[in-house]
Design a protein around this ligand. Structure first.
Ligand SMILES: [Zn+2]
Length: 519
């Protein structure tokens, strides 16, 4: 057995020494994965190229029919060995409740991305070590799927096998992230996602705070009032002059509301359409919705936030979390750039608006590696927060490879450099190519150092598509194979790195719980 999964907090009796468990042990199942099912048991085995699904049942039991694979006799029952494919993932979710993506609700939560489909046991280890933060183990944006050639099904299935392998019985969320269309939503529904993040960025005109009045006027003229089930007069009469928030009074000047409507009117229509599509397809209470405007070039003002929340609410949209674009720079894979006090004040106002208008969570996107602000964010949101990280788990994979296989890392770096100019256009990054070391000359130490330098780290962060699914055919598979071969080390590295993200939120949640208990 090769895997280094930490022993779980398995409940008593779940892995007793009956025939099923013994048969699966004999077949090489990971100890943590052993799960009793109706007279038998299931588990997974780690093989040279990936997981193998194992099930053992007494002769004649019907439930193994849900799984596809090869059957043999073992210990007086039937042992089935199957591929880690979508059918078997769906069958496992049918058999084991805690493998089905769940709702997250109001709890402090964090989403982690897994572009290689191997990270989940490492993510689980990080969440185990930092209790009080609910994991969204399956989370990928529509854009990441296109770039990696994967689907929402692949993402949810990889989390399913990973959670089974690690024996994670607390449940996990599945977030179809940055959805831009109804088609995206349907793919998320099909895969069993429970959280849907709508991103209407394409409908938001470029109207930063210093936009000229005529540009705002032109965009205001273009507001689709009929689609908003509204008109300009009703809109103007809807808002109070100010809101008395816990953070202090917030003035709502007519000009500010007009600019907010000019920016987000069309976006509100789009988000409402996406929400209504979901609400028609799924039972109420069977899904959670997030609204994300974090990737817009200009910051979301408090008045913008009030406008969005008011109009979406009026149109019947209900959401658990909202992702504004905060002040300062949230670049991918590196720490926060900007004034931390200003950021904390900004988060505080947005959190106060969220409490005032619906008690939803703030969602902090591009949340990886922002170590200098987590305490402030936990404080300012009073733990009503969802943190999203994604690419940082891919960077940990590269770090793991760079230490063990410099030549593979050199190949990754060559492709990353070539792809950066195109890839950077769709990401919020500032890294320049000028100082980047040449792939041919770089020493193994220099290649490993690429993960430590913010400049080269960003280049690696945004070029994953070219590396995993690009012109260098075989590089993606080579990388996946290399990581799988070193999975114990990869998971240990993830536990450390993601743990640094989760710890401030875990500690804040524990403090809140202690306060609540003494009240
Ligand atoms: Zn985002």
């Amino acid at each position: 057995m090769a895997a280094g999964i930490p022993a779980g907090d398995r409940g008593a009796g779940e892995a007793g020494s009956n025939d099923a468990i013994e048969a699966l042990r004999q077949a090489g199942a990971l100890e943590e994965s052993l799960t009793e099912v109706d007279g038998g048991a299931v588990g997974v085995r780690a093989e040279e190229r990936g997981w193998r699904v194992l099930a053992w049942a007494p002769i004649g039991a019907l439930w193994p029919n849900a799984l596809a694979g090869h059957s043999t006799e073992l210990r007086g029952g039937t042992l089935l060995t199957g591929d880690p494919d979508h059918g078997n993932a769906a069958a496992l979710r049918g058999l084991i409740p805690w493998l089905r993506p769940r709702l997250i609700g109001e709890a402090t939560s964090a989403g982690v991305g897994d572009r290689l489909g191997i990270a989940t046991p490492g993510h689980v280890a990080a969440f185990r070590a930092n209790s009080g933060v609910v994991p969204v183990l399956a989370q990928q944006s529509a854009r990441e799927l296109v770039r990696t050639g994967r689907s929402f099904r692949d993402v949810v299935d990889a989390a399913t096998f990973g959670a089974l392998a690690a024996g994670w019985r607390e449940g996990f969320g599945a977030d179809a992230d940055h959805l831009k269309s109804i088609v995206d939503i349907d793919a998320g529904i099909d895969a069993g996602c429970k959280m849907f993040t709508a991103d209407p960025i394409e409908l938001v005109p470029d109207l930063p705070a210093d936009a000229p009045e005529r540009a705002i006027a032109a965009a205001f003229e273009a507001i689709p009032w009929a689609d908003l089930e509204d008109d300009a007069a009703a809109f103007a009469a809807r808002y109070p002059r100010r809101l008395d928030l816990e953070s202090g009074p917030l003035e709502l000047p007519a000009a500010g509301l007009r600019a907010a409507a000019a920016r987000f009117g069309a976006a509100v229509v789009q988000v409402a359409a996406m929400y209504r599509h979901l609400a028609a397809a799924l039972d109420p209470g069977a899904f959670e919705f997030e609204v994300a405007v974090d990737e817009i070039e200009f910051r979301t003002t408090p008045v913008d936030h009030v406008y969005l929340a008011t109009e979406l609410h009026r149109l019947g949209v209900r959401w658990v979390s909202f992702a504004p674009r905060f002040v300062g720079e949230f670049e991918k894979g590196i720490d926060f750039l900007g004034d931390r006090a200003e950021l904390e004040a900004d988060v505080e106002v947005h959190a106060a608006i969220a409490r005032h208008l619906g008690n939803y969570k703030l969602s902090v996107h591009s949340g990886s590696d922002k170590f200098s602000i987590y305490d402030a964010v936990a404080r300012a949101t009073r733990d009503r927060v969802h943190l999203k990280t994604s690419g940082t788990s891919y960077l940990v994979a590269l770090q793991t490879v760079a230490a063990a296989d410099p030549e593979l890392m050199r190949r990754v770096w060559r492709v990353a450099l070539e792809a950066y100019t195109t890839a950077r256009a769709s990401y919020h990054v500032s890294a320049a190519l000028a100082d980047a070391p040449s792939p041919d000359a770089a020493s193994p130490a220099a290649l490993a150092g690429l993960l430590d330098d913010p400049n080269t780290r960003e280049i690696l962060h945004v070029t994953y598509g070219a590396v995993l699914h690009g012109a260098d055919v075989g590089l993606g598979d080579g990388l996946r194979a290399a990581i799988w071969a070193r999975r114990a080390e990869y998971w240990a590295n993830l536990e450390v790195h993601l743990g640094r993200h989760l710890r401030p939120f875990s500690q804040a949640a524990a403090r809140s719980a202690a306060k609540g208990a003494t009240r």
